[in-house]
Design a binder for this molecule. Structure first.
Ligand SMILES: *[C@@H]1O[C@H](CO)[C@@H](O)[C@H](O)[C@H]1NC(C)=O
Ligand SMILES: *[C@@H]1O[C@H](CO)[C@@H](O)[C@H](O)[C@H]1NC(C)=O
Length: 260
């Protein structure tokens, strides 16, 4: 029992850190629906933008599971960008560590894939200190949908367990993270917890919500602007912070930084 509680706690760590929905991959796949914004986005810009998130995810997962990141496993991928601030190995049970390490290596693959196609940019300064996770803002990562699905399924099994020391259930926790992300993103309800009011569940019939979907149970996408608002923790694509103390890189993100 104690062991299970421990495993739950460690899963919660990742609940906080992880993604509960729309992904950086959705930008890659749906960039033609990139939305209406003041910045013109070429295909190259739209392909480079997710590098910001891939760097963050790679470092986060690698450090969390192995205790070191790109500088050790694949230094050239960082293209000379600064080492992340505050990165540490997480206290994980064997199972969770295994899953997270797999995610870490997948992110390395994604970085390689993007850089094979576009020039890219060096790793931006990342702040993945524990304190910023404690702010829940860390829960705002946009992670790829497959990883998202794995984590959601793990957590759904534990939906009714209390998260120590917060005294609220896993289900409630996911709701709060989703609310925060929706609020920061300013684009309505794109993120949902594991258990939702029935009218938000699939076809209005169920309240279990392992996978997030819109009214047709289709995946939703976020524009670069929405993602920046969320990962900066500021709700404003012009105001960097949280994971990206100096802002994200690439033409799209930089065009907003210049404006202010
Ligand atoms: C974007 O929105 C602005 C203001 O709402 C509008 O004037 C413009 O035509 C829109 N552009 C596109 C490409 O939809
Ligand atoms: C990194 O995040 C921590 C926790 O939020 C904060 O105390 C620290 O000042 C941040 N560092 C930078 C350089 O932004």
């Amino acid at each position: 029992m104690a062991k299970f509680a421990y495993a739950t706690t460690t899963a919660i760590v990742f609940l906080i850190l992880l993604p509960l929905s729309c992904s950086s991959e959705s930008i890659l796949h749906h960039h033609h629906h990139g939305g209406n914004s003041s910045v013109q986005k070429s295909d190259v810009d739209l392909l480079e933008f997710p590098l910001n998130l891939e760097y963050l995810e790679a470092e986060f997962f690698l450090y969390g599971s192995l205790g070191y990141g790109l500088d050790k496993v694949y230094p050239s991928l960082a293209q000379g960008g600064p080492s992340p601030i505050g990165a540490k190995k997480a206290h994980l049970d064997h199972f969770t560590r295994d899953v997270i390490e797999q995610f870490g290596w997948q992110e390395v693959g994604h970085l390689r894939a993007i850089k094979k196609t576009v020039k890219g940019f060096p790793r931006p300064l990342l702040n993945i200190s524990a304190a910023s996770f404690a702010h829940l803002v860390a829960g705002l990562l946009g992670v790829e949908s497959g990883q998202d699905a794995v984590i959601r399924a793990l957590l759904y099994q534990r939906a009714e367990l209390k998260v120590e020391p917060y005294g609220i259930t896993v289900a409630e926790f996911t709701n709060r993270i989703s609310e925060l992300r929706n609020k920061l993103g300013h684009e309505g309800l794109k993120d949902e917890g594991l258990v939702v009011p029935k009218h938000l569940g699939a076809e209005g019939k169920v309240s279990g919500n392992i996978l997030v979907g819109d009214e047709y149970s289709l995946a939703c996408g976020r524009t670069p602007e929405e993602i920046l608002r969320i990962v900066y923790g500021s709700g404003n694509e012009h105001v960097p912070g949280s994971f990206y103390p100096k802002g994200a890189d690439g033409r799209i993100a930089k065009s907003y930084l210049k404006n202010e």
